[in-house]
Write a protein that binds this ligand. Sequence first.
Ligand SMILES: Nc1ncnc2c1ncn2[C@@H]1O[C@H](COP(=O)(O)OP(=O)(O)OP(=O)(O)O)[C@@H](O)[C@H]1O
Length: 288
Amino acid sequence: MTDASLTTVPHSDATAPAPTHGAAPEASALDVAHLRFARRDRLVLDDVGVELPRGTVGALVGPNGAGKSSLLHVLAGVERPDAGLALLGGDDLAVLRRRERARRIALAEQETRDARTQGLRVADVVALGRIPHQGAWGGDRAADREVVARSLEAVDAAPFAARGYDELSGGERQRVNLARALAQEPELLLLDEPTNHLDVRAQLVTLDLLRRLAADGLTVLAALHDLGLAASYADHVVVLAEGRVVAAGPTDRVITASLVRDVWGVDAEVTRHPRTGRPVVHYLGIAR
Ligand SMILES: Nc1ncnc2c1ncn2[C@@H]1O[C@H](COP(=O)(O)OP(=O)(O)OP(=O)(O)O)[C@@H](O)[C@H]1O
């Protein structure tokens, strides 16, 4: 492999650690301990712990099959863990009612075409994000419409709000999935590969948006394959390998050449960006 350096330069507002608002900086928004999850007889998450302060952008990285999507599913309540504790703002997720959980946690996945979205317009798909906030007779329609419009604008999807969701390109659909999650107005935003399918500008727009939302107090945990983007944008990195957390902490301490070699089997050089001081990953080739 040749030197495929990842030298993403975050926008200026994305270089400083996200400020925390309201809660004391040391208060963990998300606090996961000893999480264990098996699929059939296969242990997928083993003694996983994650701590993310409120207002943090966390990147969840690791090789294929490491358990990243599974962890996001468990946190979102799509899957039930076999053991362990997950707290959000001190509340045990295992005892939260489904509806409250859906108000507080949103999961944006890559592929969300299902029976619920079939035949819907983009704006209607985003409006699905309002359901946890609505009563039996629907919600405050005008307020919901405003949140939907804002969410569409945030991801640059307003121009195609009236199009059919099934007709969108992969990148357009990815942005709409994020808008639907934003319309939930959650405290914790979980994202599975949010930059997949996106062109380079759309990737940076998405990550800039996540940083701005975190600055307003949202806690973000995003599974990312692109270590360069994680290095440029995340405050905190959690590294999963074979279902276990093998490293976690502030981005500049976690992303090192020895980590890339040990976890991905790839030789790399990690330098500091001359302007931002953030790590820059230069891939050198497959480790022999
Ligand atoms: N529906 C399923 N049934 C059985 N095993 C599954 C299922 N989904 C995932 N797995 C297994 O669970 C493990 C973790 O998968 P997961 O999708 O969480 O990994 P990942 O880190 O998100 O991978 P990738 O980077 O490839 O998306 C893998 O060994 C995978 O084969």
